[in-house]
Structure formats: C-alpha cells, structure tokens
Design a protein around this ligand. Structure first.
Ligand code: F6R
Length: 614
C-alpha cells in the first residue's frame, strides 16, 4: 500500500528516487510523485496520476536537479487517484513537502481545526492534513522540523511511514513510522529511505529498520539520530541485508508472476533447506524445537491470515489436525481482530503473511498476544513487522515476491506448515513412522515434480485461449484440494478480472449447481489422492448439466480424462502434498488467461502487494 523513497547524499536524487519507485511500484501504482530541493534551496514538486513511467514522462522537461528528495507511488485510500491527491503533499506555505504510507484516522478533526485557523486544502487526502498540521505546529510553537514532527505525531491516531523535507534546507530529511514499514539505507556519506529494502540494495547492504513510533533525523554527512515520539533517545542498530539485485529483476521472463511461478522448484527447496535432513529421515524447525512445550501443551491452534495466506492456512489446518491431532481454527485476521474472540493463554497462534506487514494480520497478532497466546509467525520478508511481533516462527525464504498475485510464497507457506505439522506430530507420537517418512521423502521430490508440471506451460497457454472470453469460472476440490480450488479461483479473478468462485465439490448440489450451463467452465481438482471416487460423482453431476470441465488429474488417469473437456496431468504424490503440485497449473492457467486478455498481470487494477491499511 503505497511505496515511499527518499535520498540525501552526493548523487543526483531524482534518478535514485525514480528507480526506487519502480522497485516499489508493486505496492501501489495509481499515481506517483517526487519532491526535490535544488542547489538554490527551491522545493520542486512533480506528481501525476498513473504509473511511475508517466511521472518520468511528465518530468522530462522539468528541473529535477538536487541531491535531496522524497518520492511516492500511491495506492489510493483517501480521495480518488488523480494529480491533486498524488503525493508528495505540501503545506499552504509551500515550505514543507511530505510523503506518507498509511492512514491518519483522526484527519477529519485535524482538518476542521486547521480550516478554522485559515488553512486551505487542495486534496481529499489525510496526508495533506498531516503536513499542514506539522507546519502549523512548527510555526505556532517556533519549533525545529524534527520537534514539530514529533509533536504533531503525538496527536495523530493511525498508521504512517512519513518523510518530510523543507524548502531552503537541503541538508535534512525527517522520517517517522508507526504501523507502516520504513527502512533507512546507510551508505558512504549518503542515506536512502524506503518502504522496504528493494530500492536500497543496489547502493548499500547496510540498513536500519525504523522502530514503532520512532522519528529519525537524517542530516547530510552526519550520523542518524533517532528519538521516539515521546522523546526517548534510541541508538540505531545497523543490520546487513542479504538481497541480491538479480532477485529484483525479471530475469528474461515477460512478467514477475511467470518468473515467480517458474522459481517454485528452487524456492521450495530453499524453504526446506536445513530443515529436512539430507538422509530424508527427519524434519527440524528451530522455531518449533525452541518452543516445543508451547505446541505440545496447546489447547488449540488458531491460524491468522488474509487472502492467499489464509488459503495456505486452511491446508495447514488439514495437516495439523490429521497428523498432530490438535484442533485448528483458521481465521480471517480482519474478522478475528474485531469480533471479541475467545483466546486462551494455552492457545498457539500461527500468523501467516508473505509481506509480514498486513495491517489486519498484525493487529490480530497483537490482540492474541495481549491475551497471552503464544505467537508463531510464518513470513517471507525478513525483519518485517509481523515477524518482529511474534514469539517465534520461521521464514519461508523464497526471496522477494514482486508480482502482486502471490505464487511462490503460497507454496512455501504450505511447505513450512507441512514441516510444522510433521514436527509436532512426531513429538506427540500422533503420526505413524511410515507415514512420517513417506511425507518427508515425497517432500524432497516435490521440486522435481514441479519441474515436470512447468514443462506443460505451453500446453496450458494454448488451453487458456479457449477461455479468454469466459465471464465466470467455478473451481472445485475436496479435502486438501478444496483450499486449492479457493486459491485457483482467487488467482484467476485478481489478475484476469473474470468472476471465479471456489467451492468444496460436494457443496455444489446445495446451491451453486444452479449456475452450471454449457457456458460455465468448471475447474475440478480430481487427483487420485483426495476423495477421487467422490469427485468423479461431482464431475458427473456437472457433465449432466452440460458444464465444461477442465480437470487436474494424476498422471496416467483415464477415467476423469474421458469425462473432461480439457485435462492437465500432475505427478502422483501423497494426499497432503497434492496442493503443492495442483496449485501450479492453476497459477499458469490464471496467468495465461490474463495475458490473453492483455491484463496488467504484475500490477492488477485496484490491488497492491502489501496491504498495510485495514
Ligand atoms: C493474492 C494475494 C493476497 C495476499 C493477502 C495477504 O494473490 O497476494 O491475497 O495473500 O493480501 O498478504 P500477506 O501474505 O502479505 O499477509
């Protein structure tokens, strides 16, 4: 949800900022802008509706000189995406320019107060209110900019990562955060700031993660100074990040999404590295080993997540209940946080989040934590807010996921959940040794089997042409394949804008079957492992009503193949691991349909990668 970048140093700031915006564009892409202070101390602000490329075009003939600047790529919350609502926003005095990621909840009250004091507003944004409020406090109380930011933020309710610069002061950026991520890159005589490390990594590996409610003063050529909003001095902790530039590029693929789908055999192996023993005889998860008693004493497990991560959680539930015999509830974090849930101190909460920044998941984690539950995080982005708020956990280690539609993070989440279920089950002795060993050796085979599925890419691309103009889709699966159906439908709708619903196959006859006509494509996951015979009956019900069936079957299957209009084969594996394989052709199907429809696959409309607002 919005990406922010800042630079101060010896380079020209604009190219650094624009490149940074491109890297952060996955976070929001409805408008973009830059503010720069040139040698004369003038503050130049350029912003436009559209993508970062539109901003670049707009700035072609403008004065973009200056070695200090801030920039923003937006995902609209307050006010439609247009030139006026784009960031940076300025104070009426045009002395201050500010960028912001987050939501100021009490902005209406502040706006009213400022209006009474004579301030006028050009935009409908909460950000313009905040920058004017900082200006008001600065001028009324005759404070320095850092002091004014501190005082203003102490009266603000909401979430923010902000950066402010001031006309005639080319030597200072003031930044702060609460609830939204902010990273400072520390270079030689230069500093970078950004919503995540991706714009920073090509200049420096040294970063400081700004803490909750901290205000950072970045003075040219000086050490960083950090104070909390309540004015407690902090020592910035410089960390080294491990992120390579190649992970941030498309590497020859037309889209990040396709690259990330194809990366899965490798990323899956990475998620298991050091966790599944080389002799394939046992699984070790340090996050589990160090907190064994919490899991063994758990009354139940509550999984908290949103979207695709929630689907992974559902698969996790099936595994944890089957193998570890612990009751599991899978909750939408957005519902959990507001519905006064019953949380026991002996509950274990598993929070799943690719970004580690999803506002609802973070708030749900905080709620569970304040009720005494033990929190275990499964996240991808190292050092993000959710892993920093958990008691323990493990990273999925798939590298940056840049395509807005989650693919490799999903399969990695399912992998880590499998490992967790196996660890608990082994310790509780609720799994037969034979089943335990079989799952481990099958897990080790999954990357190779995924490679086999990826070889069908061209075939799936051809199949996708048949459905380019479909208006609706239904996805069906049972047992472990039910969450796969939900995930397949979500992938299709988010990137191709085709309406798609996932159902447990047996639920069809309780209502949705009324939708079946010869116009309705129905994707059925009908693998040998996973209630095969029952799913065959469900397919017959669809065929009897002339629905068009695209089936995902186990290699060599003849029965379902004969009944289907189209069929995609996947290699055989144990039932609980079928989702890892079955989701790959569904990702490819959604991808190719979206490409056929000329949709913006990596940056679908209305979406953003990291949902840091509720
Ligand atoms: C769909 C997708 C979203 C995310 C959801 C949670 O492809 O990516 O549904 O899964 O917004 O995000 P994280 O996992 O970052 O908490």
């Amino acid at each position: 949800m919005c990406g922010i970048v800042g630079y101060i140093g010896n380079r020209q700031a604009c190219p650094v900022l624009v490149k940074g915006l491109h890297r952060l564009e996955y976070r929001g892409y409805d408008s973009a802008g830059v503010a720069l202070i040139n040698e004369k101390g003038e503050l130049n602000v350029y912003k436009t509706r559209g993508k970062v490329q539109d901003l670049e075009n707009y700035m072609e003939s403008k004065d973009v000189s200056g070695t200090i600047g801030i920039a923003h790529t937006r995902w609209a919350t307050h006010g439609e995406p247009n030139n006026v609502n784009a960031h940076p926003h300025c104070s009426n005095s045009e002395n201050l320019a500010m960028i912001h990621n987050g939501i100021i909840e009490n902005y209406a009250v502040l706006r009213e107060m400022l209006s009474r004091k004579g301030y006028t507003f050009k935009s409908s944004t909460d950000t313009e209110v905040l920058v004017q409020f900082i200006d008001y406090i600065r001028t009324t109380n005759k404070l320095s900019l850092p002091q004014a930011v501190q005082q203003a933020l102490s009266q603000v309710v909401g979430a923010y990562a902000i950066a402010v610069i001031e006309k005639n002061n080319p030597n200072q950026i003031v930044a702060a955060r609460k609830g939204s991520p902010l990273v400072i890159g520390v270079g030689e005589d230069e500093y970078f700031l950004a919503s995540d490390a991706t714009p920073i990594v090509e200049y420096t590996q040294k970063v400081v993660y700004v803490g909750e409610e901290e205000v950072v003063v970045i003075n040219r050529g000086e050490e960083l100074t950090v104070r909390t909003i309540a004015n407690v001095e902090k020592t910035p902790e410089v960390k080294t990040i491990e992120l390579s530039l190649s992970e941030l590029e498309k590497g020859g693929y037309p889209h990040f999404m396709l690259k990330e789908i194809f990366e899965q055999p490798r990323t899956l192996a990475n998620s298991m590295k050091g966790r599944v023993s080389l002799d394939k005889k046992h699984v070790v998860l340090s996050g589990f080993t160090n907190n064994k008693e919490k899991f063994l004493g758990a009354r139940r497990i509550i999984i908290l997540a949103c979207g695709t991560s929630w689907h992974a959680g559902l698969i996790g539930k099936y595994m944890l209940e089957e193998f570890a015999r612990i009751p599991v509830e899978v909750e939408y974090a957005s519902e959990f946080r507001y519905r006064k849930p019953v949380i026991y101190p002996d509950d274990v909460v598993v929070a799943i989040s690719q970004s580690g920044e999803t506002a609802d998941t973070l708030a749900a984690v905080e709620l569970a934590k304040s009720n005494g539950a033990f929190i275990f995080g499964i996240c991808n982005v190292v050092g993000a807010s959710i892993p920093r708020n958990t008691d323990s956990g493990c990273y999925t280690h798939v590298g940056p996921e840049i395509g807005v539609a989650s693919t490799k993070a999903f399969t990695a989440q399912v992998t880590v959940l499998t490992l967790l279920a196996l660890c608990i089950a082994k310790e509780k002795k609720t799994i037969e040794e034979e089943a335990y060993l079989e799952i481990i050796s099958e897990l080790a085979e999954i990357p190779r089997k995924m490679e086999m599925i990826l070889k069908n890419n061209d075939e799936i691309a051809t199949l996708s042409r048949v459905f380019t103009y479909a208006q609706n889709f239904i996805y069906l699966g049972r047992g472990y394949n039910y969450p796969v159906a939900l995930e397949g439908a979500l992938k299709l709708k988010e990137i191709s804008y085709i309406h798609a619903e996932g159902y447990p196959a047996a639920e069809m006859k309780h209502g949705p079957i009324a939708l079946i006509t010869s116009e309705m494509p129905v994707v059925v996951i009908a693998t040998h492992a996973g209630m095969y015979e029952k799913v065959i009956s469900n397919i017959q019900e669809i065929k009897a009503r002339k629905g068009r069936v695209i089936s995902i079957v186990t290699k060599g299957d003849k029965t379902v193949k004969k009944m289907s209009d189209f069929c995609i084969e996947i290699p055989e594996t144990v039932e609980c691991l079928v989702p890892l394989l079955a989701s790959v052709p569904l990702q490819l199907l959604a991808y190719h349909i979206a490409v056929q429809k000329c949709c913006d696959v990596d940056q679908p409309r209305n979406l953003a990668k990291s949902v840091t607002v509720e």
